[in-house]
Ligand binder design. Structure first.
Ligand code: SF4
Length: 305
């Protein structure tokens, strides 16, 4: 599904991004000099790349996208590229849908809650009756609006505009068709219209008769705030700092005995949340996962090891 964002002032020249099939895999592309060019993400050839979003930030295009399904780890992750002219893809978190906009990270696994993480912390949203989320992006005409497509229990496909701060939810359809995986730009709506074949037989169209219908926010949306937990932005920063210290010390790994001692201490610590981050565990003090325990250079933030 294409994503179009406004570019640099004063003319705000828009730029489009999409995924195109190359050798049987979806790959990230951007529209440049009148044609689609592949974004060289540096991920392996057998990686699937999809769901691009982008923003112009100061002097460069920044992208985020979902990729995975390669190597030994078949899961999908949210990635970011901070400079399209020098595209280095960095893994952000486990996610089947999501994007980054300014200092906000929005992400969810396919059947999980939607998390919005920013400077203030993380809010989690669940949507009653929703089974799967297929695409989450933002509306460049109003970046506080999220565009969410998914499937309800029972198979009904939906496409919504969701504004978590103003608490409204709208359904998007075009002449009775669900505006699936909608992208909004400059007052227009593009979506993946189903053809005569199977569910995946879709082509991009511009909505001719877009209908935006209000839904009952309170009946559909529930949310919770993660207390006492660093936001994912802080976690990213902590983890990057830990990685830097580790790299500076020559990538030294803690020996098995040290690792076992550290893990045993964390296991009985009030700040350790074993179920977090899909079973990797997380320290609620520093936000790091059990991976940090392996870095020889690291220390417990409260001095327990
Ligand atoms: S790193 Fe320290 S504070 Fe964090 S869970 Fe382990 S022992 Fe507790």
């Amino acid at each position: 599904m294409p994503f179009i964002a406004y570019g640099e002032a004063p003319d705000f020249e828009p730029k489009a991004f999409c995924c195109l099939m190359l050798n049987g895999k979806w790959k990230l592309h951007h529209f440049y000099n009148g044609k689609w060019e592949r974004v060289n993400t540096g991920l392996p050839d057998d990686a699937t790349e999809c769901s691009p979003t982008a923003e112009w930030r100061g002097d460069k295009w920044r992208l985020s996208f979902i990729a995975g399904g390669f190597g030994d780890d078949r899961r999908y992750y949210l990635y970011r590229i901070d400079d399209l002219d020098n595209p280095i893809a960095e893994k952000v978190c486990l996610a089947d849908v999501g994007f980054i906009w300014k200092n906000q990270i929005v992400y969810a696994t396919r059947g999980g809650e939607l998390s919005i993480s920013g400077i203030q912390g993380t809010k989690n949203f669940h949507f009653n009756d929703v089974e799967w989320l297929y695409r989450v992006s933002y509306n460049p005409d109003n970046p506080h609006e999220l565009l969410i497509s998914g499937q309800k229990k029972g198979g009904y496909i939906f496409s919504w505009i969701f504004n978590p701060s103003k608490k409204y939810l709208y359904d998007l359809s075009d002449n009775g068709d669900v505006a699936y995986k909608a992208a909004l730009f400059n007052g227009k709506c593009y979506y993946a219209k189903r053809g005569n074949g199977g569910f995946e037989d879709r082509h991009i169209v511009m909505a001719q008769n877009l209908r935006i219908s209000e839904l009952s926010y309170d009946d559909i949306v529930g949310n919770s705030q993660e207390a006492n937990s660093p936001s994912i932005l802080k976690m990213l920063q902590n983890f990057t700092n830990a990685t830097f210290r580790w790299a500076s010390a020559g990538f030294k790994i803690a020996d098995d005995e040290t690792l076992a001692k550290r893990q045993a201490i964390c296991d009985t610590c009030q700040y350790w949340k074993a179920s977090a981050r899909l079973g990797m565990g997380k320290c609620l003090k520093c936000g790091c996962t059990s991976l940090k325990l392996k870095f020889d250079t690291e220390k417990c933030p409260v001095g327990k090891w």
